[in-house]
Design a protein around this ligand. Sequence first.
Ligand code: SF4
Ligand code: SF4
Length: 455
Amino acid sequence: MTRAAASARPALRPELCKGCNRCVDTCAQGCISPGGEVDPLTGLVPIDLSLDACTGCGLCVEACPEPWGLRFDDGAPPPAAAAAPRDLPGEQLPLPGGGALVLKGAHASAIGALLAGCRHFFGYPITPSTEGAELMARVLPGLGGHFVQAVSEVAAVNMIYGCGGAGLPAMTFTSSPGFSLMLEGISYLIGAEVPGVFVDVMRAGPGLGNIGPEQSDIKLLCRGLGHGNTRAIVLAPATPQEMLDFTLLAFRLAFAYRSPVMIAADGYLGQMTGRVHLPGALVRPGLPAWAVHGDAAHRPNLISSIHLAEVDLEAHNERLQAKYARMIDAEQRADLYRCEDAELLLVAANTPARMAKGAIRALRDEGIAAGLFRPQTLWPFPVRALRPLLERTAALLVVEASDGQLEDELRLALSHAGAGAGIPIHHVRRMGGVLPSQREIVAGARAALAGRARA
Ligand code: SF4
Ligand code: SF4
């Protein structure tokens, strides 16, 4: 940066000032002070200039990281506004076919992320999710990507915020105590409409609990994603194949809705080994128009969740509510197993759904018409697929590894939909890292049908 004549004075374009205050420290004449007013265009606080004592030394201009924020007022017009940024679409690149791989669930999820074009991982190791992070640490550098082990989950979630705000696919693997630490940051991502994928390999709680499998975070995932009116799609895989497929899907949904997407796995799923087929294509990500990207076209972009005027924040919340409504309408997913004639409907997700499937086969051998309704999205709960099954259902039996968190989602969904009135809801629950056994589920089913008349 060349210095101007001594008579020249720096001028500020407040809408480009980041409020970093580097220029404040450089001015020996005390001409620059931290600002006191939020710029309505940016939500940032630009500096105040008082140039009576200015010598035109130019040190402040040299210190400013923003090329057009603080510069000498040489009469030159500001650069012509760049054309508005536009979405650069991603590409699907064909993958050669091959046989099935045998993979751990956490590894399958990591491979799904790589195939989705994710080259940025931020996280903090925590059992039983660490295998996914380890694979990313091994593979990403060779792919030109970045693996950062943050100092904590709080740091990791904010790194995802920055990377997602740049329009890049970013993710983390974590587990329940770590996920709890990320919740404030997730609220910021939702508020600022920043994509990111969170794979929560749930373990038993409360507190540090243990590293056994539990569905301990369903209430956080569906009802407690930090402060504010927050919702995000929650995918619930039950096999290593779904760990891969749902991770790929999560990245697509994260960018389609500009929102974080959650994958609710459990400790067994993270460790479980199974056959996994790769998809026929991998993704080369594009660049969304809204990204904070380092070129002239994207310069006006600003990502923030702050809306200081109450009416603005309410309007923003209403936009988010409309987005949640679109998710509820378009993203309900469920898997049905032998539900066509079921009078007893088992409701289960994740690994407990595998036990429930075995129990259904045993119950069918006894002549009991049982079926499995398996939500693949915990939020939005797939009540649309459940509703028609209820016409012939005598009882519902919720099988889960928690104190009733899945049952709460079922009851809320039925209540909001005005469905299922009079159908008794029973449950088989285990906690602490213990999963419901097939024998317990069969016994629970028999008990549920003992008084099969509708309540
Ligand atoms: S040009 Fe020099 S004296 Fe003038 S405001 Fe900048 S740093 Fe201060
Ligand atoms: S250095 Fe530039 S961006 Fe930072 S406060 Fe000063 S004018 Fe603003």
